[in-house]
Every structure is written in C-alpha cells, then in structure tokens.
Ligand binder design. Sequence first.
Ligand SMILES: NC(=O)c1ccc[n+]([C@@H]2O[C@H](COP(=O)([O-])OP(=O)(O)OC[C@H]3O[C@@H](n4cnc5c(N)ncnc54)[C@H](OP(=O)(O)O)[C@@H]3O)[C@@H](O)[C@H]2O)c1
Length: 230
Amino acid sequence: MAANDLSNRSILVLGASGALGRRIARLLADAGANVTLAGRNPVALEEVAASIPGAEISVFDLRDPAQAATPVDAARRAFGTLDGVVNAAGVVAFGPLADMSPGALDDVIAVDLTGPLRVLRAAVPHMDGGFIVNLTGIVATMPTAGMAAYSAAKAGLAAATVALTRELRRSGITVIDAQPPHTETGLVDRAIEGEAPRLPVGVDADAVARRIVEGIVAGERLIPASAFTE
Ligand SMILES: NC(=O)c1ccc[n+]([C@@H]2O[C@H](COP(=O)([O-])OP(=O)(O)OC[C@H]3O[C@@H](n4cnc5c(N)ncnc54)[C@H](OP(=O)(O)O)[C@@H]3O)[C@@H](O)[C@H]2O)c1
C-alpha cells in the first residue's frame, strides 16, 4: 500500500514556478492532490496554474522572515488542511567564497536554508501526518569548490531533514531528502552571481520530478543522487 496517498491532499509546493517545482506540482495534481503553487514571480505562477485546474497561488519571498507563514496560510485557507510540503525553491551562486558579494552569500543561505526552515516551522504545527520533501541535491553530500555557500546551505538543509525525521517520528509525517544530481533545468544559467563551470549533461528534469513523486508515494526518507540515474 502507498505510504502517502495523494488524492485530495492539500500540498504546498515552494518554487512551483521553477523547472522542477512546476513538474512536481503537475504530477501531484494529476494524482488528485490540491496544490498550492508558491514562489516569488506572480506571472510565472499564473502560467503554471493555467495548466492545473483548481490550483491556488501564493506569492511570497523566502528571504523575508515576515512572509514565512504566507504560503502555509494560503494552502490552509484554500483547501482546509495542509498534508504535504515540497520545497523545490532554490538559487545558486558560483565562484570562490572570497569573491562572493555579501548580498549573494546572504541570499543563497536565506533561500536555500533559513527560508525553507522558517516555512517548515510555520507548517509543521498544522500537519496531521503527510509529508515534507526538501530538494537538497548531490552537493549536500559532495561539497563542491566554487559553490561553498550553496553546498553549505544544502548540507545544512539535509541535516535539518534528518533532525526533523527524528523530531517528528511520532507525528506520522514522512520527511524526505531528495538529492538529485545536476539536472537540465537551467538553474545554473540563472545563478545569482558568478558563472557555472563547464558541466556534464545533466539528468532529465521530467525523470527527476517523476522519481521524487514516486519517493513521496512510497514514503522513502532519502532519495540519493544514484536513485536518479538508475
Ligand atoms: N537543477 C539542478 O541541477 C538541481 C540539482 C539538485 C537540486 N536542485 C534543487 O532543486 C530545486 C529546484 O531547482 P530548479 O532547477 O527547478 O530551479 P529553478 O527552475 O530556478 O526554480 C527555482 C524556484 O525557486 C524559486 N525562488 C527563488 N528564489 C526565491 C525566493 N527568494 N522566494 C521564493 N521563491 C524563490 C523560483 O521562483 P521565482 O522564479 O518566482 O523566483 C523558482 O520557482 C532547488 O532547490 C535546487 O537547488 C536542483
């Protein structure tokens, strides 16, 4: 039996305007979930919502602590409960740490670590079972030169995911760490600072999204990088 039934579940997707977030949101909706699409850019969110009948939209900025509960409240208001959170938001920056601007350093840590933790802090008290997924990435276990802040943020988020698993063991909430390898989403071309090194061709975004949703349904706690290339 599936660990997480998606039918009629209220699921919040952070970064739903992004390449992976929008794909995951569509797959969840196809499985019968009521999705709340959260992100910064209202136009991009509307575009995704146009292909998901009944989807709710929540515009918020992960960098602003005062907006941490905004997407949680939106999901609960729209669908009455909150049964799942998928954190597919993120930004990346490239270059040696010593060359990083203070603003880019703060933004990477805020969007990739503290922002998601603040949203989860707001979400967990409203959840009765269900699941949380953090898209950390291969850098969580393989810190990479030229990506010190991103590696630190993702490793920190992976550590928090394990800690949350332990904290929430009696709650019935499955906490999942998804660690995709480099994926062809264009994320690296949208770096907030620096330029990506030459990278090998990444894995397919549709396949990554499908594998994450499979992991949610099966209640997997860890979806390691290797699981995306098998
Ligand atoms: N692509 C890869 O190779 C790869 C590999 C492993 C893990 N990951 C992780 O997977 C997740 C999705 O990546 P992706 O490739 O799909 O990237 P993407 O297409 O660039 O999507 C990133 C999403 O994050 C949102 N976002 C960025 N800054 C935000 C902020 N301040 N407040 C709220 N939302 C914000 C963006 O919304 P706006 O457009 O509205 O700003 C967008 O929806 C990220 O956490 C990434 O680190 C990616």
